[in-house]
Design a protein around this ligand. Structure first.
Ligand code: FAD
Ligand code: MG
Length: 348
């Protein structure tokens, strides 16, 4: 697996070189520089940079919130709320917090909207493949068939009155890897705003939230990475104020077996990673939970169906980067995306 960190640092440095001066890390600041902190939470490097109201207590509060969310939403830790729901699969509903109920409801909404292309009951397959962990392996056909039979969002029951979640079949597993970082980014953005921060960048492993504007009031310039360039050169950039930009791609979480690459977005129907013409898809929205849900959904749907899908979602824009170096943009991005790489071509 390639290093997540190098990718993330690139994003931050790229934002910095385009719009700010310098790139700092780990709770450091000086005049004109952001106050920045990085920690690995929810399985990825999380970086928050404050450009105004540079109070270390605000950063600490934000990281406490991220850890709180990891402690309820993770399936990689024992004793989380989600873990309890999964343990009680086939047995009984489990009452959960508002956070867990909200994220699972959102996951179910997109599972329905995408007709199961995104399916948050994908957990048994995610665990089986282990992509992104040291236990990654190519499963056998039998193993895949067994786990596939457990995946079906229609067997996930939410009770709004009791705030409870029930999985109908034993051994079913909800996995929120496709959407929870988006919710976490929204929660941090709202915490920063409540603390009167008007200029900040939140970067949760590919989920960027550009809070407010640059300190001089101008737009943030957020780079879209060239998925083929591990050194971190960009295809172009988007100008935004107070927006989320989320990317799903096949170039960070994958493993290789017998010369073939297997990435982490899995097709519930086949049990294998989606075969796709997409290298990466980036989504621009007001809320990062929508961006995160849409990035995985659009990757799963492919370019044609994905464009159709996102055009029906108000307030959401997308850039698809294809393996043959073509860029497909939604209408609202055609005047906002600045192409800087000669390797890629925008399809009108
Ligand atoms: P996205 O495109 O947003 O999502 C891909 C992820 O969604 C996959 O990794 C899988 O989890 C899931 N998925 C795959 N196919 C489908 C599908 N068809 N439908 C629905 N979902 C699908 N990783 C670790 O290595 N260690 C950890 O300790 C760890 N802890 C985590 C704790 C939490 C609370 C969460 C939410 C995730 C954690 N992760 C951990 C997972 C890691 O952060 C995910 O790989 C990450 O969320 C994937 O994000 P992405 O932006 O790369 O991809
Ligand atoms: Mg996603």
């Amino acid at each position: 697996m390639k290093s997540f960190k190098s990718f993330l640092i690139f994003i931050l440095c790229f934002i910095t070189t385009l719009s700010l001066s310098g790139c700092k890390s780990n709770n450091s600041t000086s005049k004109g520089q952001p106050l920045t902190k990085t920690e690995v939470i929810i399985g990825t490097a999380c970086t928050i940079s404050l450009y105004d109201n540079k109070d270390p207590k605000i950063l600490d509060e934000a990281f406490t919130r991220l850890k709180e969310l990891e402690d309820i939403l993770s399936i990689n830790k024992l004793g989380t709320e989600l873990d309890k729901v999964n343990e009680m699969a086939g047995k009984a509903p489990v009452e959960v917090s508002d956070d867990t109920f909200l994220v699972v409801s959102q996951g179910l909404k997109y599972s329905k909207l995408s007709d199961g292309a995104l399916d948050i009951t994908i957990g048994p397959l995610v665990k089986l493949w282990g992509i992104g962990t040291d236990a990654a392996k190519l499963p056998t056909e039998e193993e895949i068939a067994e786990k596939k039979s457990l995946i079906n969002y229609k067997d996930l029951v939410l009770d709004e009155n009791n705030k409870s979640i029930f999985l109908k079949k034993e051994n079913m597993i909800i996995d929120l890897g496709a959407i929870a970082k988006g919710y976490a980014a929204d929660e941090v953005a709202s915490l920063l705003t409540k603390n009167n921060v008007k200029s900040a960048i939140i970067d949760l492993g590919g989920n960027i939230f550009a809070v407010g504007s640059k300190i001089d009031g101008s737009n943030w310039k957020i780079g879209v990475q060239d998925p083929e360039d591990a050194r971190g050169s960009s295809i172009g950039y988007i100008e935004v104020t107070n927006k989320s930009i989320v990317t799903s791609g096949i170039y960070e979480r994958f493993f290789e077996s017998n010369g073939k690459k297997y990435h982490h977005i899995l097709n519930p129907k086949t049990g294998y990673p989606y075969e796709s013409e997409i290298l990466g898809v980036s989504i621009l929205t007001d809320k990062s939970i929508d961006g995160d849900s849409l990035s995985t959904t659009l990757f799963a749907l492919g370019i044609d169906k994905g464009l159709e899908f996102i055009n029906a979602q108000p307030g959401a824009e997308a850039i698809f980067v294809s393996k043959d170096h073509k860029l497909y943009l939604t209408e609202g991005l055609k005047n906002n995306f600045h192409l800087t790489s000669s390797k890629y071509e925008i399809i009108k």
